[in-house]
Design a protein around this ligand. Structure first.
Ligand code: XIL
Length: 665
């Protein structure tokens, strides 16, 4: 479980990493409120084994696709930027920097308790031509500047823990690749790059990374010899990355574990950095099975080598895999398909990490303390103490039998919470209730205690409830209004209220637009700039109806020129010294599309913005102002978008940002 400690400063950094992994499981219930599958998430399983499981993140779907984001944050505890931290993305021309994609990846990771592997500093590919054409002295200076600036930017960010310093420096025969780096600087560029990186972040774990080095062969042996010789010269090489872009038609490198173990014996950490396992099209069930076996083999090899820190999958959905663009007639390399459905490869990874994705047999605990309340002549409210389950409780079955004994229990409803209201009962009649829990894999618990209920007498009562009074409207927008009133009373109990509405300020007829069991009601779907009149009346358990309340007239606000918006904000996680607000959900509450929005909020004294995503946030004094990003200002009526941010605060201060309001534009 304990990764190798190759020096004092790296051992210290490792504690941070394990602390992050230990926190992971604690936050999962928040992240997976609606579990997509019965499986325990990969990150939970990997953390229990002391490993990370990560993915290569692409900036566009991360910003734009909720389904992509959900899997990214639920299943993985590590991210490598697929392209956003490469030289062409970060420093397209000399000393002209663009961190937007890199920051997006890092901010997402921070918000979701994930660690980041920086990829990649010195590579012959995706490096701008201005670098390639430099002479030796200028090229070495450019390399030093690039490493110093990029590594330095994230040196104090505890999420960013490691870097690929040099990438793909060998050819297939074990010679140095004849790249512009090697041809201009000779092999010295490699040691120089590691030394510059160590100077820029003494705590970062520094890796050499390559492909076709998974098995023991000429190329991996050349890499082994180089790492050994660099370390003998005190060049700070801490880690070796095996890309593992595998293909089923070439067979599995069966000596992967043995190969990783020989590198580990040099004192370095090893990791699988870019795992994907492509097949030749068309996809078939048999190829899926072979691919799944290969994924199993890779996970098993990493689990078997203590120095293997974890596995990064190169993407996770076939929808965004680089494979079809790079290898003609090959593809389907990843554990999720184009529609985010899991493939056999996912099941294989989950199972190899110790999960039981398809065969969870553990039933939830039995619901307890089932009790009834609010019994009327036709209804009852049930509540109970929630069950727990290893893969998550997905809901409860409500069972009912007639009378005080005998008969059979039959299911009368389901609930996803620990309460249920049963209606349509007969007056003066006994019923027995039980509940049982179901889990995400379909296992059911034993039944709870039985509760017996006798409905109140419903016949003969002719006394109507008192009329509701003080009907008032509040919070009227261009499309909705909130009504509230003073409750009615009744000898057998008020069961609910009818909400009546008429058009305009006079004339027309009142028609029922809804019911409520409380003394408030929100009426939605209204037309902007339009008047409506409302009344309410009460019903009792015997069906008697009260007189109507006073009439209230409401005029909706103008919505035609931009509409309105609302905002809700959630504190996702907090710690001494900071917190993350995510998601902040902005909803178009108007009746026409909006093209921009502005959310303001109050920051307590000493609170400072340290990270943000999916919005453009500025702070001034104690006020934060968030405007939409370029891609999420357009919202149709009723449509929502989310953004988030991270705040640092003084130690001992447990307050958070508050007073969120939304305006358009
Ligand atoms: C690939 C990306 O996946 C593509 O999106 C991009 O067009 C090219 O690079 N080895 C590496 C990765 O180290 O950076 C490469 O990523 C895949 C091969």
């Amino acid at each position: 479980m304990t990764p190798p400690r190759v020096s004092v400063h790296r051992a210290r950094r490792r504690i941070t990493s394990l602390a992050v992994l230990a926190l992971v499981s604690a936050f999962l219930p928040v992240l997976s409120a609606t579990p997509a599958s019965a499986a325990t998430p990969l990150r939970t399983l990997a953390a229990a084994k002391g490993k990370f499981i990560g993915f290569a993140g692409a900036t566009s779907p991360l910003a734009n696709e909720a389904a992509y984001r959900t899997i990214a944050q639920t299943e993985f505890n590590q991210i490598t930027a697929e392209n956003a931290m490469k030289w062409d993305a970060t420093e397209p021309s000399d000393n002209s920097w663009n961190y937007s994609g890199a920051d997006q990846i890092v901010n997402f990771a921070v918000a979701n308790n994930q660690i980041v592997h920086g990829h990649t500093l010195v590579w012959h590919s995706q490096t701008p031509s201005w670098v390639q054409s430099l002479g030796a002295t200028a090229m070495r200076t450019a390399m030093q500047d690039h490493i110093t600036t990029l590594v330095g930017r994230y040196a104090s960010n505890t999420a960013v823990q490691s870097w690929d310093v040099v990438n793909e420096v060998f050819d297939e025969n074990g010679g140095f690749r004849s790249s512009f780096w090697y041809n201009t600087l000779g092999q010295s560029f490699i040691a120089d790059a590691f030394r510059y990186a160590r100077a820029a972040d003494p705590d970062a774990r520094l890796c050499i990374n390559d492909y076709n080095v998974e098995g023991i062969n000429a190329k991996s042996t050349a890499m082994y010899n180089l790492v050994q010789s660099l370390r003998a010269q005190n060049v700070p090489v801490d880690c070796v990355g095996f890309q593992a872009h595998l293909a089923t038609q070439y067979g599995f490198p069966s000596d992967l574990q043995q190969n990783m173990a020989r590198f580990a014996a040099l004192g370095v950490q090893v990791r699988i950095t870019e795992l994907d396992i492509r097949i030749q099209t068309p996809r078939t069930a048999a190829k899926d099975t072979t691919q799944a076996q290969y994924y199993t083999n890779v996970v098993n090899a990493c689990l078997a080598v203590t120095a293997c820190a974890g596995i990064t999958i190169w993407g996770f959905t076939d929808k965004y895999s680089w494979v079809p663009d790079t290898f003609p007639s090959e593809g389907f390399a990843l554990p999720y398909d184009n529609n985010y459905a899991v493939k056999p490869a996912y099941t294989a990874i989950n199972t190899a990490l110790g999960g039981s994705p398809n065969n969870d047999t553990q039933a939830p605990t039995t619901p307890s303390n089932l009790a009834s309340s609010g019994v009327t002549s036709s209804s009852v409210n049930l509540s109970w103490t929630a069950s727990t389950d290893n893969v998550g409780v997905s809901g409860y079955d409500i069972l009912r039998a007639p009378g005080t004994s005998g008969g059979t229990f039959a299911q009368v409803g389901t609930s996803t919470t620990a309460s249920f209201g049963d209606t349509g009962l007969t007056a003066s009649t006994a019923y027995r209730y039980q509940v049982r829990a179901r889990d995400a894999a379909g296992n059911t618990s034993a039944v709870s205690n039985t509760v017996t209920v006798t409905t109140s007498g419903g016949t003969g009562d002719t006394q109507a409830p008192t009329a509701p009074t003080s009907l008032a409207a509040a919070g009227t927008t261009s499309s909705s209004t909130n009504l509230s009133w003073t409750a009615s009373t009744d000898n057998v109990g008020v069961t609910g209220y009818d909400i009546l509405r008429a058009p305009g300020t006079s004339g027309g007829t009142f028609a029922q637009v809804g019911t409520s069991t409380t003394t408030s009601f929100s009426n939605t779907g209204l037309t902007a700039n339009t008047a409506y009149r409302y009344q309410v009346r009460a019903r009792d358990a015997a069906g008697n109806v009260s007189a109507v309340s006073n009439t209230v007239t409401v005029t909706t606000t103008g919505g035609g020129t931009g509409g309105g918006c609302s905002v809700t904000a959630t504190v996702q996680t907090q710690w001494t010294g900071g917190y993350v607000i995510q998601p902040v959900t902005v909803t178009n509450t108007g009746t026409s599309a909006i093209t921009s929005w502005t959310v303001t909020f109050t920051l307590p004294s000493g609170h400072a913005l340290v990270g943000q995503w999916n919005g453009v946030i500025t702070t001034s004094g104690g006020t934060g102002t968030a405007k939409n990003a370029a891609y999420n200002g357009n919202l149709a009526p009723g449509q929502s978008t989310t953004f988030g941010f991270q705040i640092s605060r003084p130690n001992g201060d447990s307050s958070t940002a508050s007073g969120f309001t939304c305006t358009t534009p």
